[in-house]
Design a protein around this ligand. Structure first.
Ligand SMILES: [Zn+2]
Length: 431
């Protein structure tokens, strides 16, 4: 295997040094190091490979929208070396067979480790627990379970799931959406939903489930993860729960850090997402929550949809946005360039913590000699105008198209092999 020296990288935005990589491992960090190939990292920030806890790859079932391979390539371009693939595929990832298939496709593709998320209930039906133990014991070693897209709304099923996963240190990742309060919901409930005549998705529909679930997690002594929280009230509930010692973690998406519900005034379904874009006050609250550690991680909720499902009238359009290739830029703009987070904290919230929540042992590791060479090099001084066509994804539902965002991924290394180099995807990665 080729050895590399990454010359003069600003490691975590803290110290400038060389990094050498050989046989998939970081061999040294220091000055004047040598390797077969040199990567000039002057002015670039080096972070551990990013880990996404919330990605939709659409395979099996909707390979017209995304596949494990195209999603992996998009991930690599975004600086990710590991993504968690959500279970709402067709068939649903509710058996050992399906999760092993997704896991294997990721490994064969070689662009990114794809760690499957198992469904909590059979067929995401919400009524009978799926084979959680069999998925945990499979080659995929599933530790994160979620019916994402649907809420595990039955309190008894949620309790049983929380109890069950304790046996193998798993976690239930809840899509917090009280179903009765959100029937037909199209956008955030507020003055604008009334004005636009679109059915509102009230904050309480998210907050009520989070409040119930942190109490259930406390009652059974299990681990809960809250997906894509989006409201000020949700942040306050998580803050309260952590203060009480409840074992809960939470994520926020890049789009909830940057975009707000005023955009819906355009009636452009590119802004239709679940949970919906919220008010500017909610955006401020999730930024504060991420900065003070109430919210543990950023997760993309990358949700590819084919053109026909987005280029239609608002009420008929699918919920969801792309996110993998823009996540780091959005986090730089909203959190780093605003002084709310350092790059070292970004590494924690986009690599170390998500790997830890997912119990992925060889990802999210520190940049130190002897650790796996999963590394991303970012040019924080670059700016780019986002072009929806410039993507490795099969879909184009990019809500940032036309915006100028800071930062660009220059290189990504997965176990010592570049998947992105010179700001471009490396074609034909061999495993
Ligand atoms: Zn969701």
């Amino acid at each position: 295997m080729t050895s590399y020296v990454i010359r003069g990288a600003n490691i975590l935005g803290e110290t400038v040094n060389d990094i050498t990589i050989e046989d998939g491992v970081i061999t040294a960090i220091g000055t004047g190091l040598e390797g077969d190939e040199t990567i000039d990292a002057t002015g670039l920030v080096a972070l551990p490979g990013l880990v996404d806890l919330h990605t939709h790859v659409r395979e099996p079932g909707r390979e017209d929208a995304e596949t494990v391979l195209t999603g992996s390539k998009a991930a690599a371009r975004g600086g990710f070396t590991c993504v968690h693939a959500m279970a709402n595929t067709d068939p649903v990832a509710d058996t050992a067979g399906v999760v092993e298939q997704v896991w294997r496709l990721g490994r064969e593709g070689g662009y990114c480790d794809v760690q499957p998320v198992g469904a909590v209930t059979i067929g995401l039906g919400g009524s009978r627990l799926a084979e959680l133990g069999a998925m945990a014991d499979s080659a995929a070693g599933v530790r994160v379970f979620s019916d994402d897209g649907k809420c595990v709304s039955d309190a008894v099923i949620m309790r049983r799931a929380l109890e069950y996963v304790k046996a193998f240190d798993g976690v239930i990742a809840q899509h917090a959406q009280e179903p009765r309060l959100t029937e037909g919901a199209q956008m955030n409930e507020g003055p604008l939903s009334g004005e636009l005549g679109l059915t509102g998705w009230p904050a309480v529909a998210e907050e009520a489930i989070i409040a119930r679930d942190v109490l259930l997690a406390e009652h059974v002594g299990s681990r809960l993860h809250v997906c894509h929280l989006s409201t000020r009230g949700s942040v306050e509930i998580i803050r309260w729960a952590k203060g009480r010692g409840i074992d809960v973690t939470a994520e926020v998406t890049p789009h909830h850090l940057l975009l707000s519900d005023d955009l819906v005034r355009s009636y452009d379904p590119i802004y239709k997402v679940n949970p919906p874009l919220r008010s500017n006050d909610d955006v401020a609250a999730v930024r504060e929550g991420l900065a003070d550690g109430t919210i543990d991680i950023v997760a993309t909720d990358h949700a590819p949809h084919p053109m026909e499902d987005k280029e239609c009238e608002w009420s008929a359009a699918a919920f969801g946005m792309l996110g993998l290739e823009t996540a780091l830029s959005v986090v730089q703009q909203t959190m780093v360039d605003t002084g709310l987070l350092t790059w070292a904290q970004v590494a924690d919230k986009m690599s170390a913590k998500p790997a830890s929540i997912g119990r992925v042992r060889d990802q999210g590791r520190p940049l130190e000699a002897g650790e796996p060479a999963n590394i991303v090099l970012v040019d924080p001084a670059a700016t780019r105008v986002i072009d929806a066509r410039d993507t490795a994804s099969l879909s184009r539902n990019n809500p940032y198209a036309g915006l100028t965002l800071p930062g660009e991924v220059v290189a990504t290394f997965l176990r010592g092999r570049p998947t992105v180099r010179d700001r471009a995807l490396v074609e034909g990665v061999t495993v």
